[in-house]
Write a protein that binds this ligand. Structure first.
Ligand SMILES: Cc1cc2nc3c(=O)[nH]c(=O)nc-3n(C[C@H](O)[C@H](O)[C@H](O)COP(=O)(O)OP(=O)(O)OC[C@H]3O[C@@H](n4cnc5c(N)ncnc54)[C@H](O)[C@@H]3O)c2cc1C
Length: 515
C-alpha cells in the first residue's frame, strides 16, 4: 500500500493530531503516522492539568501567557474533556512571603486572574489541606482528560479527510536534492512496509524528535526530563493544589475524576522511553505532597507512572526546571538546508492547538495557500459516550453485565467499540474505555475482556500471551507502590490469576519476568 499526500505528520500525540485537524480543516490532505496508539507518548503520560499558566508566571512569562490563552480556548472548544476544578497555590510556613507577592504580580502581568484567600477560607474550600497553611491564591487551573482530547482531535481530522495510521513507525525519510519527499513506514503489528510520498514532512514526535531527525543526519538541542507521578485510590482534593514556591519536585496534586494525581519529579534522562519510577522518587513525592494534603500519607496508591518532557534548549546552562516550557517550530530548510521538513516540539499538552496552528500556518505559507486557522473557533466533537463513572452508572440496565467494576464499563459498550474500531492491540481498548484504569488496575477485569475478545475471534495470538504482556506492563506501575493495602490487594489478584489459570507459581505464567 503506497500512499501519496500533501503533508506527512509523524507522531500521534496532541501536537500531531492537532496538526492533522488543523490542516484538514483547511482542506490540506495529510497522513498521520503513529508508532503506537494515540497518545502513547507524553500526551498520555502527564498530570492532565489544564494549566492556568500560573506555575510559569514568575519564571517563564511567555509560557504563562500561552497557557492562559489556550486554557480559555480549550474551555470553549473542548469543554467535554475538561473538569473546571479551579486551582489553589498554597503557602506553608516555610514558603517565602516575598515569592507569593512576586507570584501575584507576575500572574497579573501575564493576564492570569487571581484571588487571595485566608487560611480559613482555603480550608473551607479544601478541608484536607494542611491546617498550618498561611494563605492560598486562587487561579483558573483545571483538569483535562488527555485521551479524550487527543481522540477528539483525531476524530475531527479523520472526519475532514485526514488519514491516520497507528502502530506504524516511520523508519526512513525520502530525501532527494536537499528536499524531503516523504518517508518509509513500517506497520509494527503486521510487518508490512510501504512508502508515503509527501510534499512536506512534519516531525511532531515530542521527545523522539532527534530519532527522526537522525534519519536525515540532523539533530536539535533537546533535554529529556523524566517526571514521575503517583495515583491515589480516591480523590482527596476538589481543586488542583499547587505549592506557592519556585517550581520544584512534588509541588502539585491534580484531581482526576475519582482519584488524585501527585506530581512530579524532574530527572534528566538519556533514554526516550525511560519510564521507571524509582523508590526515591516515590518517597519524595509522598513527602512533599503530604505537606500540602496530610491525608496523602494514609491514602492507598494504585499506580506509579512516568513521562518524558521534550524540552527544547536554546542555549543556557540552568537545570531542567529553568528550560522554557514554550515550544519550538523549526524549519529545517532555513536551519539546515533540507527543504520541506519541519520539527515542532516542546510546549505543553494544553498548548498543542497553538503549536498546530503555527505549524499549519508555516505549511500554508510555503504552499501559497491562504486559508486561516479555525481550530480556536470550532468545537471538538464528542468521541464516545461519557467515560465518567457517574454517567456510566445511569446506563447500567438491570441484569446488565459490567466487565470493569471500578470504571463501570459495560459489556455492551465494549461490544459496540469492538464493532466500530479496527482492533489491533489490547491497549487500544483500555485507552478508549478506561477499562483497567481504576482502583484494581485491571486485576479483576482484564481476563473478562480477554474472554470477550476470544469469543469474538479478534485475538489472533494466544490469549494467555496477550494477558501476560498486559500483566507485565501493569506490574511496572504497581511495583513501586507495593506496601500496605496495595500489597494485600496484589496478593489477592495474584491468587485469582493463579486460580483461574491453574498456575502453580508465578514463574510458570511468567509474571514479573520482564523485570
Ligand atoms: C511528567 C509530565 C507531566 C506533564 N504534565 C502536563 C500537564 O499536566 N499539562 C500539560 O499541559 N502538559 C503536561 N506535560 C507536557 C505534555 O505532556 C507534553 O508537552 C505533550 O503531551 C507533548 O505532546 P506531543 O504530541 O508533542 O508529544 P507526544 O505526546 O510524546 O507524541 C509524540 C508521538 O510520536 C510518536 N513517535 C515517535 N517516533 C515515531 C516514529 N518514528 N514514527 C511514528 N511515530 C513516532 C510517539 O509514539 C508519540 O506518541 C507533562 C509532561 C510530563 C512528562
Amino acid at each position: 500500500m503506497d500512499i501519496k499526500t500533501e503533508v506527512l505528520i509523524i507522531g500521534g500525540g496532541a501536537t500531531g493530531t492537532g496538526i492533522a485537524r488543523d490542516l484538514s480543516l483547511r482542506a490540506i490532505p495529510c497522513v498521520l503516522v503513529e508508532k503506537g496508539d494515540l497518545a502513547s507518548g507524553a500526551s498520555g503520560r502527564n498530570h492532565g492539568l489544564l494549566h492556568s499558566g500560573a506555575r510559569y508566571a514568575v519564571s517563564d512569562p511567555e509560557a504563562a501567557r500561552e497557557c492562559i490563552s489556550e486554557n480559555r480556548i480549550l474551555r470553549r472548544i473542548a469543554g467535554h474533556c475538561i473538569e473546571e476544578t479551579g486551582g489553589l497555590f498554597i503557602s506553608l510556613s516555610e514558603d517565602s512571603p516575598q515569592f507569593r507577592e512576586r507570584f501575584l504580580m507576575a500572574c497579573e502581568e501575564a493576564g492570569i486572574p487571581t484571588a487571595l484567600y485566608s487560611r480559613d477560607q482555603a480550608l473551607e474550600l479544601e478541608p484536607e489541606l494542611n491546617p498550618d497553611l498561611l494563605s492560598a491564591v486562587k487561579v483558573p487551573d483545571g483538569a483535562i482528560n488527555p485521551f479524550e482530547l487527543v481522540r477528539a482531535n483525531a476524530k475531527d481530522a479523520e472526519r475532514h479527510g485526514a488519514k491516520l495510521l497507528f502502530h506504524t513507525g516511520i523508519t526512513s525519510l525520502l530525501i532527494d536534492q536537499n528536499q524531503v519527499r516523504g518517508g518509509l513506514a513500517l506497520d509494527l503489528l503486521s510487518g508490512e512496509d510501504y512508502k508515503i510520498e509527501a510534499s512536506f514532512v512534519v516531525n511532531a514526535t515530542g521527545a523522539w524528535v532527534n530519532q527522526v531527525l537522525k534519519l536525515a543526519g540532523l539533530r536539535i538541542d533537546m533535554a529529556l526530563s523524566k517526571g514521575s507521578m503517583l495515583i491515589t485510590n480516591q480523590r482527596l482534593n476538589q481543586r488542583v493544589i499547587n505549592r506557592c514556591r519556585p517550581a520544584s519536585d512534588g509541588d502539585i496534586v491534580v484531581p482526576n475524576e475519582t482519584v488524585s494525581i501527585l506530581g512530579t519529579t524532574s530527572v534528566r534522562s538519556e533514554e526516550v522511553e525511560d519510564f521507571e519510577v524509582t523508590p526515591p522518587e516515590v518517597s519524595l513525592l509522598l513527602t512533599e505532597a503530604s505537606r500540602m494534603i496530610p491525608a496523602i500519607r494514609g491514602a492507598r496508591l494504585i499506580r506509579a507512572y512516568a513521562g518524558i518532557r521534550p524540552l527544547f534548549q536554546s542555549g543556557g546552562t540552568g537545570g531542567d526546571r529553568q528550560i522554557s516550557r514554550s515550544f519550538a517550530l523549526i524549519d529545517h530548510g532555513e536551519r539546515d538546508g533540507l527543504k520541506n521538513l519541519m520539527t515542532i516540539t516542546g510546549g505543553k499538552l494544553i498548548t498543542y492547538r497553538l503549536m498546530a496552528e503555527r505549524t499549519s500556518d508555516l505549511i500554508c505559507r510555503k504552499m501559497g495557500v491562504d486559508v486561516s486557522c479555525s481550530t480556536h473557533l470550532k468545537p471538538l466533537p464528542v468521541v464516545a459516550e461519557s467515560l465518567r463513572p457517574k454517567d456510566r452508572l445511569q446506563k447500567i440496565a438491570p441484569g446488565g453485565e459490567v466487565l470493569c467494576d471500578c470504571e463501570l464499563v459495560r459489556r455492551e459498550e465494549l461490544e459496540e467499540i469492538l464493532e466500530t474500531m479496527q482492533f489491533r492491540d489490547i491497549r487500544d481498548i483500555l485507552h478508549r474505555t478506561r477499562l483497567a484504569k481504576g482502583t484494581c488496575q485491571g486485576g479483576f477485569c482484564v481476563y473478562r475482556l480477554l474472554g470477550l475478545l476470544h469469543e469474538s475471534g479478534l485475538v489472533k495470538e494466544s490469549p494467555n500471551k496477550v494477558l501476560k504482556a498486559f500483566l507485565e506492563e501493569r506490574w511496572k506501575g504497581i511495583r513501586p507502590i507495593l506496601w500496605g493495602g496495595a500489597l494485600k490487594e496484589e496478593e489477592l489478584i495474584e491468587s485469582i490469576y493463579k486460580g483461574i489459570f491453574n498456575l502453580k507459581d508465578s514463574v510458570e505464567f511468567g509474571v514479573g519476568s520482564s523485570e
